[in-house]
Design a protein around this ligand. Structure first.
Ligand code: MG
Length: 301
């Protein structure tokens, strides 16, 4: 039997939050429907953070309840505090993601607190979400490198991930926030996590293609047994730390690689490319991904 790899789609949240052209709630719903149509089962749909901080996602309260809910589909939403959790609950959420990082320099600038303080803040959120029976993911950003403090010792993200799992997270996701990781760093974090006793099926990786290394990093992680990867259809999101540069790995590029490597992703590449073209056109720009530009591999007549 073909081995399954989970593709965790972050386009509607992590992709769109860094895109300026306003997208209507109805168009976001069309995008999510197109992603479902392509076979994606986990779609991070939006973020219940302060609307003035991320105007693009200010319609979270309206969007989430409007999404179709086929069996087996999960729509995690980002929450940062108690108010966000309450809003998510009112909108019918049943899966959340919380967000910290491997370095104090990053969390202090981004969320105004140390990593330890962020864990104190998330502990009750993870606990309450657990009592509600929700699925819980926790991001560890800057796991491979930090824009403010540079190289990150792999012991650091692994310690934080261990703590997040103790606090009730069902999955930890190591993020290459600024797109500096190469396979060596990926093996460093992955192997240390496994050696620390973190179950392989609770680890996800979130790579950015800022320096062209995202797929190489995926292959390195696959070789160490990781089977969950984040990606953004249409490669939306950019890189907030390098204006104009690439950010999120494109879901269509990831899906192509995984198909050709013999894994089952459940994703139909042609339908995924339709979703990618839809979001590119809504953002008013050409499709940036490699497979988006080249198309699927078809033998010429
Ligand atoms: Mg990202």
């Amino acid at each position: 039997m073909t081995e399954r790899v989970r593709i965790y789609e972050v386009g509607p949240r992590d992709g769109l939050q860094n895109e300026a052209p306003p997208i209507s709630t109805a168009d976001k719903r069309r995008f999510v429907e197109a992603l479902l149509g392509a076979g994606l089962l986990e779609i991070e749909a939006t973020s219940f953070v302060r609307p003035d901080r991320i105007p693009q996602l200010a319609d979270a309260d309206e969007l989430l309840p409007s999404l179709p809910r086929p069996a087996g589909v999960r729509y995690p939403v980002l929450v940062a505090n108690r108010a966000g959790l309450d809003r998510a609950a009112a909108a019918g959420a049943d899966a959340i993601a919380v967000f910290t990082a491997a370095t104090d320099a990053f969390t202090e600038r981004n969320i105004g607190m140390t990593v330890a303080e962020s864990l104190d803040r998330f502990a009750p959120l993870l606990s309450e979400a657990g009592q509600r029976g929700w699925w819980r993911r926790a991001y560890v950003s800057t796991a491979f490198g930090c824009p403010y403090s540079g190289r990150v010792d792999p012991s650091r993200p692994v310690e934080i991930a261990t703590r997040l799992l103790e606090l009730g997270a069902d999955e930890v996701c190591f993020g290459d926030t600024i797109g500096v990781a190469t396979p060596r760093g990926v093996r460093g974090v992955t192997r240390r996590a496994l050696a620390a006793g973190i179950p392989v099926d609770t680890i996800a990786h979130h790579f950015h293609d800022t320096r062209g290394t995202a797929l190489a990093n995926v292959v390195a992680a696959l070789e160490d047994g990781i089977r969950t990867f984040d990606a953004s259809t249409g490669a939306t999101g950019g890189c907030p730390y390098a204006p104009g540069a690439a950010g999120n790995l494109a879901t269509e590029d990831l899906a192509y690689l995984l198909d050709e490597e013999g894994f089952d992703t459940g994703v139909d590449l042609d339908r995924l490319l339709e979703a990618a073209r839809l979001i590119a056109s809504l953002l008013g720009r050409p499709l940036a991904s490699k497979v988006g530009q080249a198309g699927p591999w078809r033998v010429q007549p």
